[in-house]
Write a protein that binds this ligand. Structure first.
Ligand SMILES: Nc1nc2c([nH]c(=O)n2[C@@H]2O[C@H](COP(=O)(O)OP(=O)(O)OP(=O)(O)O)[C@@H](O)[C@H]2O)c(=O)[nH]1
Ligand SMILES: [Mg+2]
Length: 139
């Protein structure tokens, strides 16, 4: 009998924030060209550090990337997507209260868009269910 050992792809756990303002506009940011999915628009966030929980990573990433402090968040959706070279587990949270004025603290472009305008932007393939969930919640 032969036993085949299959190395599972690394699974990258990512905390993602769908930041929403009082007018139901959503904040999106453009990924730098050199990054995975470079040039596409995303919901801000990033990978969990070792021993960090999702909420901790969400707060840290939004502070680093946008200079805002998360005050209130609520779960929106969890998406697992296989990119071939890696699998991402996107843990997506609404962020409906925050302190500070978000800006591209890492030089990235950021925009506030309406739910109708989301379709005008190209997101990574993993984001299709996220955009659908946002549309459903806000329509
Ligand atoms: N932040 C974010 N990452 C996403 C989204 N959709 C998606 O597929 N990803 C993928 O999730 C992975 C991790 O996200 P990231 O690159 O923001 O991680 P990070 O901020 O920790 O980056 P770093 O490695 O430069 O420190 C990337 O492979 C990215 O392509 C999204 O909407 N937002
Ligand atoms: Mg990031």
């Amino acid at each position: 009998m032969t036993v085949k050992i299959i190395n599972p792809l690394p699974k990258v756990h990512v905390a993602v924030g769908v930041i929403i303002d009082r007018d139901n506009r959503i904040l999106i940011s453009k990924r730098h060209n050199h990054l995975h999915m470079g040039g596409r628009w995303e919901f801000p966030g990033g990978k969990l550090d070792d021993e960090e929980d999702v909420q901790g990573a969400l707060a840290r990433e939004l502070l680093e990337e946008l200079s805002i402090e998360v005050r209130a968040s609520a779960p929106l959706i969890v998406v697992e997507h296989d990119y071939g070279e890696k699998v991402v587990l996107l843990d997506v949270w609404w962020v409906h209260d925050f302190a500070g004025e978000p800006h591209g603290a890492e030089g990235q472009e950021v925009r506030w868009v309406s739910v109708e305008e989301l379709g005008d932007y190209q997101f990574p393939d993993a984001n299709t269910p996220i955009v659908e969930a946002v549309r459903k919640a806000l329509s």
